[in-house]
Ligand binder design. Structure first.
Ligand code: SAH
Ligand code: SF4
Ligand code: F3S
Length: 470
């Protein structure tokens, strides 16, 4: 079971009052039976971390959690706007709740997250999904109890977006999904405005949490048994810039790394434009820092990188990668790539292919460009048809598959420390991960889930390894 960890500061008193009021309303409605909430999270780990706060607030309002929407009293979808496909899934899944609301009119259906910060989306929900009673954006999270209370008592639909005050609200209770693997946000928002990306518009300006608060939360997590902690931010390399006492990300990482305990420390995402030698040295010299660098390059073509407003070129990216490879033993590299940015030619795309061949990433997150309303790239000429982009995309996957297979094969025979995470669902196998974030499947007793073990790698199958306990 997940537990509620309370962060150092207190949530504003008024929100705690609203949580008590919600608990009272639900107690009357349910005649003493525990109310149930169903939360579905789309998108990246920032959204997962936000959902864990919402679950913390719901838990403090007396709710338990359901695995399906069918028996829930409160249904919430935390949405992602990063690509059209993500948005379409949300619209489809919300539409499917219409019948449930008809059968159980007393349930409250809510939507929140990145999609809801877009005016055209909130308007569409308002018009086309009248059974959705509560909508709030990423900037309204800290007063979710108040919004929920209002929609419960007034019987009116509550919609709130554009509430960006550029602040950080500490003290929101967190109910983490995992007991040994956890997310720890260190900053919010993004100032980079890559021309394809919606994130800066829906998550607001970059702001960092105070170093002491982060360190105290990390210590609490380590004390309560977390073995794999990922520090989160859209661009962790610019951590600390908004703080009065300036701290670099490398300094923060080193301070957390100095906390005693048996754990791994990860972070995402690093932006190549300011991935410093200081950071790479911190990984190389670290005790707990995983030997993994996720450094999204998006495109191997300088022309496209410029059009994307990424502020680095291929040469600078490769210099960073080569320095990291030289310094960090057993380094595992991963990246994000966009195929078919407006104006990209096959020649540009070939530069992306040559870059992945040169670097040899462990794995890649690859996306076909998706136009996002209000971003500069949406307005650009985009003459290459989607079918053509899909062909390039498949070519990229084929090349990467070979590279991943080669990288994985080179690990056969080695002994690796892994964290055992879950059952695979096949035979008696468990799934574990290396420090480099590579999946290892092995036969072992279930009791070992949540522990570090040494495993000998016996086989490689594409990008997955097989191993046995040493
Ligand atoms: N802050 C992170 C990325 C967050 S979004 C970073 O800068 O690396 C995760 C990934 O989604 C991006 O790296 C990019 O590859 C992809 N992405 C973002 N917007 C996109 C769009 N409009 N179309 C296709 N892929 C996109
Ligand atoms: Fe989007 Fe770029 Fe910010 Fe990442 S750094 S969230 S890709 S704008
Ligand atoms: Fe999606 Fe928002 Fe994350 S748009 S990728 S959930 S920051």
């Amino acid at each position: 079971m997940a537990e509620t960890l309370v962060q150092p500061d207190k949530l504003s008193d008024s929100q705690s009052e609203y949580m008590k009021l919600i608990a009272e309303i639900m107690e009357i409605r349910k005649r003493g039976e525990k109310p149930l909430a169903y939360i579905r999270t789309y998108g990246c780990q920032q959204n997962v971390a936000d959902s864990e706060k919402i679950k913390g607030m719901l838990s403090d309002s007396g709710f338990d959690f359901a695995d399906s929407p069918d028996n829930a009293d409160f249904i919430l979808f935390n949405t992602c706007a990063v690509r059209e496909h993500a948005e379409d899934r949300v619209f489809g899944n919300v539409g499917a709740l219409k019948n449930l609301k008809r059968k159980h009119p007393q349930i409250l259906i809510a939507l929140c997250g990145c999609m809801m910060e877009q005016e055209h989306v909130a308007n569409r929900i308002y018009k086309s999904f009248p059974f959705v009673g509560l909508v709030f954006g990423t900037h309204s999270l800290h007063h979710f109890p108040e919004l929920m209370y209002n929609s419960l008592v007034n019987g009116k639909r509550v919609f709130e977006r554009g509430n960006d005050d550029n602040k950080i609200y500490e003290g929101i209770p967190v109910r983490r999904d995992g007991t040994f693997k956890g997310w720890l946000p260190i900053m919010y928002g993004c100032n980079n405005f890559c021309t394809y990306c919606i994130v800066p518009y829906v998550r607001g300006r970059e702001r960092s949490r105070e170093k002491d608060i982060i360190i105290s939360e990390a210590s609490q997590m380590i004390k309560s048994g977390y073995k794999d902690i990922t520090l989160l931010g859209q661009n962790v390399n610019s951590y600390g810039k908004t703080l009065e006492n300036k701290v670099s990300f490398a300094q923060l990482l080193k301070s957390i790394d100095s906390i005693d305990g048996d754990y791994w420390l990860r972070f995402m995402t690093s932006h190549p434009k300011d991935c410093s030698k200081e950071l790479i040295d911190a990984i190389a010299d670290g005790t707990h820092i995983s030997r993994h660098l996720h450094l999204p390059f998006q495109s191997g073509s300088d022309r496209i990188l410029k059009a994307m407003n990424r502020h680095y070129d291929r040469k600078k990216y490769l210099e960073t990668i080569n320095y990291a490879k030289e310094k960090i033993d057993g380094l595992s590299l991963t990246s994000d790539i966009i195929v078919g940015f407006p104006g990209e030619t096959y020649e540009d795309f070939k530069q992306t292919l040559s870059l992945i061949k040169e670097v040899e990433f462990t794995s890649l997150f690859t996306f076909i460009f998706s136009p996002r309303k209000g971003t500069p790239a949406e307005k650009k000429d985009d003459p290459i048809p989607y079918e053509e982009k899909s062909k390039w995309f498949r070519e990229l996957l084929d090349v990467q598959e070979e590279i991943a297979a080669k990288r994985c094969s080179s690990m056969v025979g080695k002994t690796e420390k892994v964290l055992i995470e879950k059952e695979t669902g096949k035979n008696n196998e468990l799934e574990a991960r290396t420090s480099g974030n590579i999946i290892v499947e092995l036969e072992a007793p279930k009791e070992l889930i949540g522990t570090f073990q040494n495993v000998k790698i016996t086989k490689a199958r594409n990008w997955i390894l097989k191993g046995e306990l040493v």
